[in-house]
Design a protein around this ligand. Structure first.
Ligand SMILES: [Cu+2]
Length: 151
């Protein structure tokens, strides 16, 4: 897909910048280091899925919204046990990113809920996510579609 070929040079550029900086790692130069972005394949007949990634902010920040190319709506969800059932709730105030702490979105926990996809997502596809932070500039990441490693 065209989107994919556009995203790759940016990733290579980031990697190149990082390797030339002596003791500093490349990710540390980003206001919010984002890693390991992936999405589940869409379940049968449903054009929605969960996406996951990690974030480490250099200064206190907050993930306030996420958008996805080719999706009608994206919400930040938290998962809570209620009366013995796993329930998902939108995080209306966004997700706090305390300075220097690794924040992991993962199956069964906080996640990015992508709804209204224009086409199903299968293993090997990718989805462009734009992360909107309270302070840091927007970050674009490519999330790869794959099965969870373990359920
Ligand atoms: Cu959800």
């Amino acid at each position: 897909m065209a989107r994919l070929t556009l995203a790759l040079p940016a990733l290579l550029l980031l990697a190149a910048c990082g390797s030339g900086e002596g003791g500093k790692r490349g990710a540390a130069a980003e206001p919010v280091a984002v890693g390991d972005a992936w999405c589940r394949p869409t379940p049968n007949g449903r054009l929605m899925t969960g996406c996951y990634l990690t974030m480490t902010a250099r200064a206190d920040d907050r993930l306030v919204a996420v958008t996805a190319a080719g999706a009608g709506r994206v919400e930040l969800h938290e998962t809570r046990m209620e009366s013995g059932m796993m329930m998902m709730h939108p995080m209306e105030a966004g997700l706090p990113l305390p300075e220097g702490r690794l924040i992991e979105l993962e199956p069964g926990g906080n996640h990015i809920m992508v709804m209204g996809l224009t086409q199903p997502l299968e293993d090997g596809d990718s989805l462009e996510l734009t992360l909107d932070f309270q302070h840091a500039p927007d970050a674009k990441v490519t999330a790869w579609v794959r099965q969870p490693e373990a359920e």
